[in-house]
Design a protein around this ligand. Structure first.
Ligand SMILES: [Zn+2]
Length: 253
């Protein structure tokens, strides 16, 4: 059995989890936060390996899983939780079953990505989690939500409270979570180091621009993104401003 998840301390009782054997296009971070009353898991990885088997301690206090948006690399393990929350604009996709495949060509097709001229990975994982694993068996089950979260809502874990920020653009119901006490922002796929995706069938560039204008002025100490390394406020501002500039240039051409 391959050690599927990498686990690291991210400070202030937060554990960062990632999946190193997943292709970089889909290798996401997810975050386990410990509160006094309750634990929270922000996103749930690709779901190739059952979280309850890989990280049983995560389930000891019946955590809530909060989904930043309904993409396979963030919701794959979410069906294992008994309490799920997301923005209402993502609920329909989650209920229907999020499009998913571990085969690159099939996945791009399901997501509506035009990969003409781009290399498409054959398989989205670089090793099988165990020798008997069949990548063709991979799918994300339909799942209902127990809580709908919208802009300004609070999630109180006891001793730590997160504020929901609705920041559409990547998807209609993309949310970020801000812990005001520590200035920690969990940004999902709204902003990270690397190519941001605003050309999916349900992406919205105008909404993305408004989200970036908001983030450029947001006072935070650290951003824990859905992909890649964490960064500070200066970098947040640079990344948001780079997006806003890029879009203006694209429009002019
Ligand atoms: Zn995404």
């Amino acid at each position: 059995m391959v050690d599927w998840h990498t686990r690291g301390e991210a400070g202030s009782g937060v554990i960062r989890l990632s999946e190193p054997h997943v292709n970089e296009l889909l290798s996401a971070n997810f975050w386990w936060l410990r509160g006094n009353d309750r634990d929270l898991v922000i996103d749930a990885g690709l779901g190739v390996v059952a979280l309850r088997e890989a990280i049983p301690a995560m389930f000891e206090r019946d955590p809530m899983v909060l989904l930043t948006h309904a993409h396979l690399d963030h919701v794959g393990g979410a069906a294992e939780f008994t309490d799920r929350a997301a923005h209402p604009a993502e609920a329909e996709l989650l209920t229907a079953g999020v499009p998913a495949s571990l085969y690159g060509a099939e996945l791009f097709d399901k997501l509506g990505i035009d990969a003409t001229g781009e290399p498409v990975p054959e398989l989205m994982i670089d090793v099988l989690p165990d020798p008997d694993y069949d990548p063709a068996s991979y799918r994300i089950p339909p799942m209902t939500l127990h809580r709908l979260l919208d802009d300004g809502d609070h999630v109180d874990l006891g001793g730590r409270t997160l504020t929901v920020l609705h920041l559409p653009g990547h998807t209609p119901g993309s949310i970020a979570l801000l812990e005001q006490r520590t200035g920690t922002l969990y940004s999902g796929d709204i902003i990270y180091e690397g190519a941001l995706i605003d050309d999916l069938p349900n992406s919205d560039v105008a909404a993305y621009r408004r989200s970036m204008e908001f983030l450029a002025d947001l006072d935070v100490s650290v951003v824990h993104p859905g992909h890649g390394r964490s960064f500070d406020r200066t970098r947040l501002r640079q990344l948001a401003e780079a997006y806003l500039r890029r879009d203006v240039q694209t429009r002019k051409s």
